[in-house]
Design a protein around this ligand. Structure first.
Ligand code: ADP
Length: 532
């Protein structure tokens, strides 16, 4: 579960990263400024630290030299043979050395006798309380001091333990002192650098805090700047999406005279002229639809009269000379065709006007298929085509408008008979939990690939001259496609010239459901014995 959660989170972040230009720009600028500020910060911290310690060392060195001179002077003026004087000179020398070092409190001193010296061991060593010479001052420094001949100053950095357990940085300076009659002593001054360290820490802390604040500021400034620039672009993108979705009246607000305002103005200009054009076309198309619908309606009445008159003539054709009789037959055929065409036109104009209602009820599709087959059987027989239904078990009930589905089937079957070359025609019906499908398969002339793209177009026929004889209007498949779409269904075609065609209708079993697939293949897998 947690792993799934992480993956989900990562995926969401990845999407956010790809989708947000603002996020990417702010992240880049924060990262880059953080890197630059870190480099500058480290450089400054290091150089300030080095400078601070260098000047502190130089200062301590001067101090230590002065202390050495002060201490040595004390011994130089004392009477060498009086031990008590020497003892007190030692104390005074230590005091003088400390005084000479005008350093802050915390400086510690040690005057210790070098080992292996001749003469009596007077005076005794002086060591500041708390200063452990053996621990703090390294044997190397001691031996350097001890073996020096010219009272030179030697130094080393040391770590000074604090009472609270911590460690302070420090400097230890050592130099030799000559005590009359007692040989060589070593003077050590230990400076505590904790104040310098504190100053440095403070400077570093200020640097880091300042750097972090600067990075945050840069992030915030970038955010605001990008927002200023991206905001209008985002708005333009959203507006164009809404325009594309059909909200033709949306516009981008225009402020000021900058480049963004120019973009908004030209975008709005484009939207304006598009809206005008589309409205014009829509009005035109409405006018045309109205015209078609009106003409079809207007033609109905005279056509009915013509048909009645034609029927009278047709019924009396036996009394006419042969040419007149043939004319009466032709008249009847063509009037029938005219009637069909008018009915189709009216139906089409109803679709165009969006004025169609569905009358759905749970319907058994196999029963419907049988009805449709029965209706076209006389026509099929006249053409020599044998009709059969293949319907393996399934959920054949579906919520459909039976009249429309029957019309689709009759149209598909009519086409299959017209173009089936007298070969068998098979109607497949199948279904699954989500959809029902009916496929009409013929083994006739088939449709060329170029023609396949146009079969559903209005008034389109592959071979108009042939069509004329069989009475098609060229609107059949266009109406069937509209009927299928009304059911949220699909009407698809497969065809190979010379091998026949297959039209497959797929409809969701429950009205309003979205189709994801069809229960039938296109063309359906035919049983072994089926192929002609
Ligand atoms: P029509 O009224 O002419 O049949 P349709 O819209 O039903 O109009 O069909 C358009 C054209 O598609 C037909 O004229 C025919 O050329 C082609 N067509 C339709 N069904 C088939 C089929 N089963 N086999 C070959 N061609 C077909």
């Amino acid at each position: 579960m947690p792993e799934f959660y992480w993956r989900e989170l990562l995926e969401r972040l990845r999407r956010l990263w790809r989708a947000s230009l603002q996020l990417r720009t702010v992240t880049f600028s924060v990262l880059m400024s953080a890197a630059a500020i870190s480099i500058i910060g480290v450089y400054m911290a290091v150089s300030v630290g080095a400078n601070l310690f260098d000047s502190r060392i130089a200062q301590a060195q001067v101090t230590a030299e002065r202390s050495n001179v002060a201490a040595q002077t004390r011994f130089d003026v004392v009477d060498q043979n009086v031990t008590a004087d020497l003892e007190s000179a030692m104390g005074l020398a230590a005091q003088a050395a400390l005084q000479a070092s005008s350093t802050p409190a915390g400086t510690q001193i040690a005057i210790v006798r070098s080992p292996d010296q001749l003469g009596p061991r007077v005076p005794v060593d002086v060591v500041s309380p708390g200063l452990d010479t053996a621990l703090i001052i390294s044997p190397e420094l001691r031996s350097e001091v001890r073996t020096s001949t010219d009272r030179r100053l030697y130094w080393q950095s040391v770590s000074l333990p604090r009472t609270d357990g911590g460690i302070d940085p420090g400097l230890a300076f050592g130099s030799a002192i000559d005590v009359p009659n007692s040989g060589q002593y070593e003077l050590y001054l230990v400076f505590n650098l904790s104040d310098t360290q504190q100053t440095l820490s403070f400077i570093q802390q200020t640097l880091w805090l300042g750097g972090a604040a600067l990075v945050l500021l840069i992030g915030a400034v970038t955010y605001v700047v990008v927002r200023l620039v991206v905001g209008p672009v985002q708005m333009a993108a959203e507006t164009s999406q809404r325009l594309a979705a059909g909200e033709l009246q949306v516009r981008i607000p225009e402020h000021g005279d900058d480049v963004i305002a120019t973009l908004a103005r030209s975008f709005n200009g484009m939207a304006e002229s598009m809206q005008k054009q589309i409205t014009k076309l829509a009005t035109l198309s409405q006018l045309q639809q109205r015209f078609v619908s009106d003409v079809s309606h207007e033609l109905r009445t005279p056509l009915t009269t013509i048909r009645l008159a034609g029927d009278v003539l047709y019924d009396q054709r036996d009394n006419f000379p042969p040419t007149t009789a043939r004319t009466a037959e032709l008249l009847r055929d063509q009037v029938e065709r005219f009637d069909l065409l008018l009915a189709d036109l009216l139906e089409m104009s109803r679709y165009d006007a969006g004025a169609v209602d569905m009358d759905t009820e749970p319907t058994n599709l196999v029963r419907l298929a049988e009805d449709a087959v029965e209706a076209v059987t006389p026509l099929a027989e006249s053409k020599g085509s044998e009709l059969s239904i293949i319907a393996p078990g399934g959920y054949f009930e579906a919520e459909v408008d039976a009249r429309r589905v029957r019309r689709i089937l009759q149209n598909l079957l009519g086409n299959a008979i017209d173009h089936g070359e007298g070969r068998p025609i098979v109607l497949y019906v199948d279904s699954d939990a989500n959809a029902v499908a009916i496929a009409v398969r013929d083994y006739g002339v088939g449709i060329s690939p170029a023609a396949m793209e146009r079969v559903f177009d209005r008034f389109w026929r592959a071979d108009p001259s042939r069509q004329r004889s069989t009475g098609g209007t060229g609107l059949g498949l266009a109406i069937s496609l509209e009927d299928a779409a009304l059911h949220d269904g699909w009407l698809e075609v497969w065809s190979e010239p010379g091998e026949g065609s297959c039209f497959r209708l797929t409809i969701p079993r429950i009205r309003g459901q979205v189709l994801t697939g069809s229960p039938l293949e296109l063309p359906p897998n035919e049983p072994e014995a089926m192929a002609p």
